[in-house]
Design a protein around this ligand. Structure first.
Ligand code: AMP
Length: 235
């Protein structure tokens, strides 16, 4: 069965997905993309790709990204506009990591309004302590890079990589102090943007992803957003 990006009889082409680090947003974005057959557009991924390719965009944003600062609104607005104008996004798209500022949200709203596209905002909320536990439980093999989680995906032998036996390490950005800082930065950025959508009368779907497995969280999103079954509408 395929699904349409239609919500309660209205055509929705844009899904704006919010979720803090450790919320499982990446997994849900992937599941939405596969289920709906529309591209998952992550500004972080696009900017990292620009840096990898060494193009003009990448060289202009590398320093800001590496310092953890936001890239200018103008650059990301243009990047997103270009991406969502491409043919594979004509039936819809999932935005991840954008908009992150009020100026970006206003820009996107205007762009979508001008094309008669309405967005639905999904906020994947996860309990703060659950996120801390998830992220601080992360371990990585310094030799092969395999990721584990001591709570949800432990190695077979405590503290050692399943693949090469190397002693597992905690990544620097997974230390508790850094995680708390990343979460605080997320809250600072996201709240004004969510408030903007509320004030603009956009539908914000709140989904609690604290305690369920990814499939169950996806089911909650499906139920909350109420995606139509295309076959019901003959689409
Ligand atoms: P992410 O992978 O979404 O955490 O993004 C990684 C980095 O890319 C961020 O720390 C920013 O430097 C930059 N970035 C991604 N999306 C945006 C955005 N919408 N506005 C400004 N900077 C962004």
């Amino acid at each position: 069965m395929s699904l349409c990006l239609c919500v309660k009889e209205e055509t929705v082409k844009a899904i704006v997905l919010f979720g803090s680090p450790g919320s499982g947003k990446g997994t849900q974005a992937k599941m939405l993309m596969e289920r709906l057959g529309v591209p998952h557009i992550s500004t972080g991924d696009m900017l990292r790709e620009g840096i990898r390719q060494g193009d003009d965009l990448g060289s202009g944003v590398a320093a800001r990204m590496h310092s953890g600062a936001l890239v200018s609104d103008d650059i990301v607005n243009r990047l997103v506009e270009h991406r969502i104008s491409q043919s594979d996004a004509s039936s819809g798209f999932i935005l991840d990591g954008y908009p992150r500022t009020l100026a970006q949200a206003e820009h996107l709203c205007e762009w979508l309004d001008g094309r008669g596209i309405r967005e639905v905002v999904i906020h994947l909320a996860v309990d703060y302590n659950v996120i801390i536990a998830r992220l601080t439980g992360r371990r990585q093999c310094p030799r092969c890079g395999t990721l584990y989680n001591i709570a949800s995906q432990p190695p077979r032998v405590d503290g050692a990589c399943d693949l090469d036996g190397e002693k597992l390490a905690i990544r620097e950005d997974d230390s508790e102090g850094v995680i708390r800082e990343r979460l605080a930065a997320y809250e600072r950025q996201t709240h004004p943007v969510l408030r903007f959508y509320e004030k603009a009368g956009r539908r914000i779907v709140q989904v609690d992803g604290s305690f369920d497995l990814p499939n169950a969280v996806f089911q909650k999103i499906r139920e909350a957003v109420d995606f139509d079954d295309c076959s019901k509408n003959g689409r």
